[in-house]
Design a protein. Structure first.
Lengths: 325, 78
């Protein structure tokens, strides 16, 4: 059986390294073709692997005691904390051709900056975007880009996100012409703020894109488009609002199930939880870098780490996503 | 030569900016809208274009500051 090697940075998560390492151990149990490189404090990792009875024959550790936190300046930390788990992880991903992807639940800024700094070649550097692949109402998936990496955007940046998202969906799901929508407050092309209106006019005549027009927030996850483009501030709101609304609905169903004692409602809540809880969906994919990098939720639990590693395995099996055409 | 290379770098990182308006007083953050990620991209492009490596992360304020640095610290002029 061909194995896939995935790097997991065990540090930087809100819940500490043990939650990430436990998730990694569960992923080893779930995916027989998985091999892991864990970066972080060796003594902590070894203790946690032993505690969880992990198959250590499929694990190697890179000792990296330093941590890049959310309080560090991303670029300064990448330059100064050379023994940090993130720098070691990115270096391994760049230098070891067997390594097929990286999961990190720490500082988003450091991961984005580091991905470009360590992985992109001179002359090929582009501004990275963070995408989320979400299940669509009509079946299939919608790639929401950007979800928070780029808060203040220009039209040129949104056009770049459209290309990055379109390329990604075309290669991952074999879509011939992914439908690209632009998030706005109305479907008509006259709707939107200055950024959206200007971007709309560029996208209309942009070569290499199947631009279908504006998409309203109510249809963000309807499946009307394969790629939904927006600035990182709006995208983060879409993502977090969706999470919040899903949680609210699921909570209401659970309350109703308890009140009525009807097990079918509890079953429904479990089904919805499996579909819409962020821990079930994996993480945000860094677009614009030559190898798969996924940002797991800062508060990711073990299940989320398992699912994020599963996403990376899927990307690893579709490696041509990252090859030049 | 140095100025033109810098113009091309800025064009690449901030393509929406009208290069006709670019001058020594142009503020990288306020006028070009650069954030820390864009500043990193600029510094990496400068390293590649001029063949040196910054010892620490840089935080230039204006285009003039970059040209001044290239002239005074690296001996690079037009």
């Amino acid at each position: 059986m061909k194995t896939h090697t995935i790097i997991v940075d065990t540090q930087g998560s809100d819940k500490g390294p043990s939650s990430v390492i436990k998730g990694a151990c569960q992923a080893l149990d779930k995916f027989a073709d998985l091999r892991l490189c864990l970066t972080g404090d060796r003594s902590v990792i070894e203790a946690c692997l032993a505690e969880n009875g992990a198959d250590t024959g499929r694990v190697y550790i890179i000792d990296a005691p330093e941590i890049i936190t959310n309080y560090d300046h991303p670029v300064a930390a990448l330059n100064q904390k050379r023994n940090s788990s993130l720098v070691k992880a990115l270096t391994e991903l760049r230098n070891n051709p067997d390594c097929e992807g990286l999961v990190n639940a720490g500082s988003t800024g450091a991961l984005l900056a580091g991905s470009v700094m360590f992985l992109s070649k001179p002359g090929e550097r582009t501004r990275p975007a963070l995408a989320a692949v979400l299940p669509a109402e009509a079946g299939g998936f919608t790639c929401l880009v950007d979800t928070g990496a780029n808060i203040d955007c220009t039209p040129a940046m949104l056009v770049q996100f459209a290309h990055q998202g379109s390329d990604f969906m075309r290669r991952l799901y074999r879509l011939e012409k992914p439908r690209v929508g632009l998030l706005s407050n109305g479907a008509e092309e006259t709707k939107g703020n200055k950024l959206v209106k200007e971007t709309h006019q560029i996208l209309k005549s942009e070569a290499g894109l199947n631009f279908i027009g504006n998409i309203e927030g109510t249809n963000a996850l309807s499946g009307d488009c394969d790629v939904l483009v927006c600035d990182g501030f709006a995208g983060n709101q879409v993502l977090k609002n969706s999470e919040g609304i899903a949680r609210r609905i699921i909570t209401d169903i659970v309350r109703y199930a308890k009140k009525t004692g009807e097990p079918k409602f509890m079953e429904l809540a479990g089904h919805l939880m499996a579909m819409y809880d962020f821990n079930s969906l994996g993480g945000g994919i860094v677009l614009g870098v030559p190898k798969p990098v996924i940002k797991a939720h800062g508060a990711a639990n073990e299940a989320s780490i398992v699912n994020t590693i599963g996403m990376l395995l899927n990307l690893a099996e579709n490696r041509d996503i990252y090859k030049e055409e | 030569m140095v100025t033109e290379k810098l113009r091309q770098i800025i064009k690449k990182v901030a393509p929406d900016f009208d290069l006709e308006k670019l001058g020594p007083q142009t503020d990288l953050r306020a006028d070009l809208g650069m954030d820390s990620l864009a500043m990193m991209l600029v510094s990496m492009e400068i390293e590649d274009a001029f063949g040196f490596h910054f010892d620490a992360p840089v935080d230039f304020k204006t285009v003039g500051d970059v040209l001044e640095f290239l002239k005074n610290d690296k001996g690079l002029t037009d």
